[in-house]
Design a protein. Structure first.
Length: 316
């Protein structure tokens, strides 16, 4: 995980992540007892240990401890973010994908479609990239407020970054109110990366993973943590399917092997195909919640039914 993989590398071959510097002149003078070796082909699996990641010069136990410490502090701030969002009547959604999946194009199309279908819903965006404000500029061109967060060498957003960005939105009076607030959506477009962002809670209500059909249907099994953490998978650029060898059902099956409860929508941000279903899903988050016992029981029953269907599909 990026908590310990070297995101804090000083650029001179010295890793400062663990709070101490050490060079790499000592290559291979430490054991890799946690590595699995395939006896047939000699393939190596460095994620088979307790920490599920290999860090040069660091034991698995030390790696687990370091990750827990860092993520614990992030989680504390994520909980604050969640309370802050709720106080402002904001539903925050964390959009995740690899680079080039079409997240920003999808967001622009979504903002424009929501302005027509649900003009009473306020929308704002926090944009995450290592450099430039290109994506935030595109969002602002739609009329929606956006704050760009550049992470530098960082490969993901974290809860403190989102807290500061949300504060910037609020300080600029971008439609956030305490008390009986109007329905409001905050899209957090994370840095393009199918690995590291899966681990980091930003205080969002849900994670949404965007997968383009140009990427290949095996991505959910190659990057399982991301798809396991998501509530919804958007299969984007379906207008290109006639020109590709992409098995949609195989992709969905692979995703549900990782996460049987994963919801899936197919769409094209370019042609508008499937956008209505995506808007329906979004507007459910802004609808008034009925917390009565009957509503809760109905929701549990619906989830149990979905789980039974997913299990049957996997066994079939």
């Amino acid at each position: 995980m990026c908590v310990v993989c070297g995101c804090a590398d000083a650029g001179d071959g010295t890793n400062k992540t663990a709070g101490h510097a050490h060079g790499h002149e000592h290559a291979h003078d430490h054991s890799h007892d946690h590595v699995q070796v395939d006896p047939t082909h000699g393939d190596l699996h460095f994620g088979a240990g307790e920490a599920r990641v290999s860090v040069p010069g660091m034991s698995q136990a030390r790696t687990v401890k370091l990750e827990a410490d860092i993520l614990g502090e992030n989680q504390r701030i994520a909980k604050q973010n969640r309370r802050h969002f709720e106080a402002h009547g904001v539903t925050a959604l964390n959009l995740l994908s690899s680079p080039g999946s079409g997240k920003t194009t999808l967001l622009c199309a979504t903002i424009e479609a929501l302005s027509r279908r649900a003009p009473g819903v306020d929308v704002a965006v926090i944009e995450g990239d290592q450099q430039t404000s290109f994506d935030a500029d595109r969002i602002r061109a739609t009329g929606a407020p956006a704050i760009q967060v550049n992470t530098g060498k960082g490969c993901h957003l974290d809860a403190p970054m989102v807290a500061e960005a949300f504060g910037q939105l609020h300080s600029h009076d971008h439609h956030h109110h305490h008390g009986q607030a109007p329905a409001s959506l905050l899209f957090i477009e994370n840095v393009g990366n199918l690995v590291c962002p899966a681990l980091w809670d930003l205080g969002e209500a849900a994670k949404v993973v965007v997968l383009s059909v140009t990427e290949g249907e095996d991505k959910p099994l190659k990057y399982p943590d991301m798809f396991a953490a998501a509530e919804l998978m958007l299969l984007n650029k379906v207008d290109l399917l006639p020109h590709l060898r992409f098995d949609v059902q195989r992709c969905i099956d692979m995703a549900r092997r990782v996460n049987p409860m994963l919801q899936v929508l197919q769409l094209s941000a370019t042609t508008g195909e499937g956008m209505d279903a995506w808007l329906d899903w979004l507007l459910e988050w802004t609808a008034p919640r009925d917390d009565s016992q009957d509503a809760l029981r109905a929701r549990v029953a619906a989830l149990e039914a979905e789980l039974a269907q997913a299990r049957a599909a996997l066994e079939g």
